[in-house]
Design a protein around this ligand. Structure first.
Ligand code: ADP
Ligand code: MG
Length: 365
């Protein structure tokens, strides 16, 4: 399941200014609370991943995408905007005396790439019956179809004869118990990898009870995505100054821990621009798959050994692995690179934990 958002960019001389943030009153109360009531704390559980650190790098200036030099003044549009995209650009283009056709074409191409991917996709994966269920001879009550599943619920009539009630649920895709992790990747994450280079942030998370297969399903995805990202960086976007950064942290009992820095405690804070920042989070630059593999393994190991009773504890924590693509403004390596796009993977705590004592206020849930 994932969600992606593309941020609008800035115009003209506002090149380095922030995207506008909604007024405080329109923001969720949990976020407001951060800055206003308890500046040193955060509310556990509710994260706006898309606001981390991170205004996106303004329009990319990829020489071979544009026929004329430096068109960073053109206004990008948020995907949330339903108004026609082209007409707006046309005006901006004209106003600045930019040859509009090539410009429009390249933006339209970029936008098409982003648009061709659904904003939200919900995929269900059925796991096989486990040993315990098999040992108890339990019945498989889920029937999968291509994009729907049927739950066979056994009920009793008044005269105590059994009958089966069928409930059908429709999703974007349904994967049965025979599907491999590779196929899960192809169905879910693979299509969003290219748009991370198009100023887009996407999140993939697994939701379900403890034991339903969240970790089993999520674990292989970041490495597969990294492989594809690096492939794009080294081929399609070769020599264009893109860099890949990895970070990995955990939220447990309302506290944040850096899984790549020996569980160093982190703080989530909101800055003056109401952007949520994870203070102290280590990001590692990676340019090959091996490095990323090591980092992910290190993080996973830290996650499961850092707490007592690993299984029980990890089912109560959220693990967030982020792959950020950055690029130096103007291709100038001496300037700190800015975020172009980001892919976040969240292995959530079990859905039954909604009633946990550390997490139990209604707002947080
Ligand atoms: P969760 O993270 O949701 O608590 P896990 O991913 O730890 O659940 O899965 C629980 C157990 O079920 C693990 O032993 C895992 O290997 C197994 N499992 C889950 N999904 C599958 C699957 N699709 N195929 C085979 N085994 C699975
Ligand atoms: Mg798990």
């Amino acid at each position: 399941m994932y969600r992606n958002v593309q941020r609008g960019s800035n115009t003209g001389n506002d090149y380095f200014t922030e995207p506008t943030t909604p007024p405080v009153s329109s923001r969720p109360p949990s976020q407001r609370r951060n800055g206003e009531d308890s500046p040193g704390e955060f509310s556990p559980g509710l994260l706006d991943l898309h606001s981390f650190d991170t205004e996106l790098l303004p329009e990319m200036q990829i020489p071979n995408l544009y026929d004329a030099p430096l068109y960073n003044h053109v206004r990008g549009r948020s995907l949330d905007d339903s108004e026609p995209y082209i007409s707006n650009n046309k005006q901006t283009g004209k106003a600045r005396g930019v040859p509009e056709n090539s410009l429009l074409k390249s933006f339209a191409a970029d936008r098409e790439k982003v648009n061709s991917v659904a904003k939200i996709k919900v995929v269900v994966r059925k796991r096989p019956l486990n040993k315990k269920e098999l040992a108890k001879n339990e019945e498989d009550i889920i029937e999968t179809l291509s994009n729907s599943l049927v739950v066979h619920e056994t009920k009793l009539k008044v005269d105590l004869t059994e009958y089966v009630e069928k409930h059908e649920f429709v999703f974007d895709a349904v994967l049965n118990e025979e599907v491999s992790n590779d196929e899960v990747y192809r169905e879910t994450v693979e299509p969003i990898v290219p748009i991370i280079f198009q100023r887009t942030k996407a999140t993939c998370f697994a939701y379900g009870q403890t034991g339903s297969g969240k970790t089993f399903t999520m674990k292989p995805l970041p490495l597969k995505a990294s492989r594809d990202i690096l492939r794009l960086m080294h081929h399609t976007y070769r020599n264009q100054g893109f860099q890949l950064f990895v970070s990995f942290f955990e939220i447990y009992g309302g506290k944040l821990f850096d899984l790549l820095s020996d569980r160093k405690k982190l703080f989530m804070r909101e800055d003056g621009k109401q952007q949520v920042c994870i203070v102290g989070l280590q990001e590692y630059r990676a340019s090959d798959v091996e490095t990323i593999k090591d980092l992910i393994e290190k993080g996973n190991a830290t996650r499961s050994t850092g707490t007592t009773g690993a299984n029980e504890e990890s089912s109560r924590s959220h693990a967030i692995l982020q792959l950020a693509i950055k690029r130096s403004v103007d291709g100038n390596e001496s300037k700190p690179p800015r975020v172009v796009g980001k892919l976040s993977f969240i292995d959530l705590a079990g859905s039954e934990r909604g009633a946990d004592t550390t997490d139990n206020d209604k707002q947080t849930r």
